[in-house]
Ligand binder design. Structure first.
Ligand code: ADP
Ligand code: MG
Length: 422
């Protein structure tokens, strides 16, 4: 584990504890990732800095993506994260002990209904939580061995965008309508790398080409409203990958787009991830979107993880009744025309007054007394790299439902290739 108290420099790990908060700003370009738009170009490491472990509130960052985890270490390791919103009506417990990890080149899908805490989790990792009313009240977010939650805001700012970047569902409102898209992409290079205007524009054009925007050299001077929804999302992706982040969080990146464009954006994200060996967190409420893309899936319900599993086993053999319900509501190859798909009845609980017992019990057809009174069930191992949190995992009816889903064929959109980018 690499922490400020345990100053071991793994291979390829160049970082530094600046002497003062001001120094943190001046070493920004050294410690943060250096642009490598051309994947074959070796990253510039800059001067290696002495680490001063006695200084607090500073960040140790890898200068390239060759960070080598120690035994049991992950690129991103979220542990027991807790977030609450303190409001006049009471305290909303939005995240209640969420833990997951992400490695280089891996895609983790976070899946859950609206309001389950997916975006809040992402905001807590990025350090962009709406405070007040939102507060991280517990847990750790290790990035390359450093707990981001212990860092001063100045240090976190250097991680945000450069090391961990995020794209949002609504590309139109995330872009500034009064500046050209080229200007907004170039800004990343001007601010973070002090590039001159002409060079920054060249980089913007090359990034726009990289995300397959046709006629990039001309369109670099266009405004956001002159692009389609899919193209705007490509522009957001270009901005997110501009500084070559190690982690990309995509929060419902295709929800506002139609199905064909969705598939194109997904395939672009996959392509970029493979090229840059990024860790990708894909947040979605749609099981179909991630089936072909994710390596692992973490299912969230009412601010908790209820099931995590590699994607194949999760689709073939969902263990948690909530995951089973989500899968049952997806059209399958054996679904007959006009057949009604079962939806999960009821609504997620209010975060202001969570039910006693398992938070899912009011909607669960298998609930028994333990589920109502036993407290929230812990995540337990249910198979290789698989966890689930349910008091009734071994109930024959729950096991039978899992087996029933295993025999059906889930029809999920496959990645569309070819054609003009939309
Ligand atoms: P989703 O899974 O749809 O992304 P969110 O993470 O956005 O859900 O929200 C989870 C819960 O956190 C919401 O149901 C809401 O109660 C609470 N929440 C999120 N943002 C705020 C906020 N700015 N103020 C108060 N409560 C919030
Ligand atoms: Mg959300």
């Amino acid at each position: 584990m690499v922490t400020p108290n345990n100053p071991i420099n793994p291979p390829g790990f160049v970082g530094g504890h600046p002497a003062s908060p001001d120094a943190a700003e001046t070493i920004g370009p050294v410690a943060t990732t250096v642009m490598a738009l051309d994947a074959t170009e070796p990253p510039v490491l800059g001067r290696a800095m002495k680490r001063r472990p006695y200084l607090k509130g500073t960040v140790v960052l890898p200068s390239d993506h060759a960070w080598t985890p120690h035994e049991g270490e992950h690129l991103l390791d979220v542990r027991d994260l807790q977030v609450e919103f303190r409001m006049r009506e009471g305290v909303a417990h939005a995240i209640n002990g969420v833990s997951f990890h992400l490695d280089q080149g891996e895609t983790l899908a976070i899946l859950g209904e609206s309001g389950s805490g997916k975006s809040v989790t992402a905001q807590a990792i990025m350090g962009i939580l709406d405070t007040p009313p939102g507060y991280v009240t517990g847990g750790q977010v290790f990035y390359c061995g450093t707990d981001l939650l212990t860092l001063a805001e100045k240090s976190r700012r250097r991680v945000r965008g450069a090391q961990i970047a995020m794209i949002f569902q609504d590309a139109l409102s995330a872009l500034n309508p009064v500046f050209t898209v080229g200007n907004q992409i170039a800004e990343m290079f001007r601010v973070h790398q002090h590039m001159n205007r002409a060079d920054a524009e060249k980089q913007a054009i090359s990034l726009m080409e990289r995300v397959h925007i046709p006629a990039a050299a001309q369109r670099v001077r266009s405004y956001p409203h002159q692009f389609s929804g899919g193209m705007r999302q490509r522009i957001m992706i270009a901005m997110a990958i501009a500084l070559n982040p190690a982690v990309l969080i995509a929060d419902e990146p295709t929800t506002a787009l139609d199905v064909t464009v969705q598939a194109q954006i997904m395939s672009l994200l996959q392509e970029l991830q493979a090229e840059r060996n990024m860790g990708l967190i894909l947040i979605t409420h749609d099981l179909g979107v991630v089936a072909n893309v994710a390596d692992r899936i973490a299912v969230m319900y009412a601010g908790r993880l209820v099931e995590t599993a590699p994607v194949g086993p999760l689709y073939a053999n969902p263990r948690h009744p909530y995951t089973q319900g989500l899968l049952e509501s997806v059209p399958r190859l054996d679904t007959k025309l006009g057949e009604m798909l079962p939806a999960i009845g009821g609504l997620p609980p209010s975060l202001l007054s969570m039910p006693r017992g398992c938070p899912f019990h009011p909607r669960c057809k298998y609930a028994v007394d333990t589920c109502r009174a036993g407290g929230p069930p812990p995540l337990v191992t249910v198979g290789p790299h698989r966890l689930a949190a349910c008091w009734q995992l071994d109930d024959p009816a729950v096991v039978a439902a899992s087996a029933r889903l295993a025999t059906g064929k889930t029809s999920v959109p496959t990645t569309v290739t070819g054609g003009e980018p939309a």
